[in-house]
Design a protein around this ligand. Sequence first.
Ligand code: FAD
Length: 146
Amino acid sequence: MSLYRLIYSSYGIPDLGYHDLKDIMEKSEKNNQSDGITGLLCYGDSIFLQILEGDRTIISQTYHRIALDQRHHTPELIECVPIESRLFGIWSMKAVTLSDLNSEEVRNLILKYSASITLQPHTMTSQQCLNFMQALVKLYEKASSF
Ligand code: FAD
């Protein structure tokens, strides 16, 4: 297996609702688990940022399927690189909604990794996106432990 990491961002459609998000999360977790894909999907400020880790061919097929989904638009590929090991190994696809977390901590985190207080991955480097997502996992785990 050729292990790769793919990062992309996209814009949620204007009337994206709770049920859409729930369906996306559930489908992602179910499909990714059987496809051996790990990663993180983040949604906030009407923007999706997702990291997919797994076999290159499967990652590519999954990305192209996601890109066709009518619930978001204008996907931008930020990175697709070979990796030695997974960073999100325990999660088949965890989905984090920024509004569910402490807003001040989230804004500080976004500010730390970009020049903005709203999530704008198109202005961030792939490394900034990766660092932001890893820090987000820590915030999420902290919030979930209460
Ligand atoms: P079905 O759920 O039966 O869907 C069949 C088709 O209908 C697909 O083309 C799907 O895009 C479309 N569709 C389904 N529901 C709706 C709806 N309510 N409105 C409009 N179109 C709809 N899937 C993954 O497997 N892994 C991921 O990591 C992943 N990440 C995603 C991230 C984002 C930001 C989005 C928007 C979607 C993501 N998806 C992901 C979902 C993906 O786009 C497909 O919907 C899903 O993989 C198809 O699942 P399925 O084969 O069970 O088909």
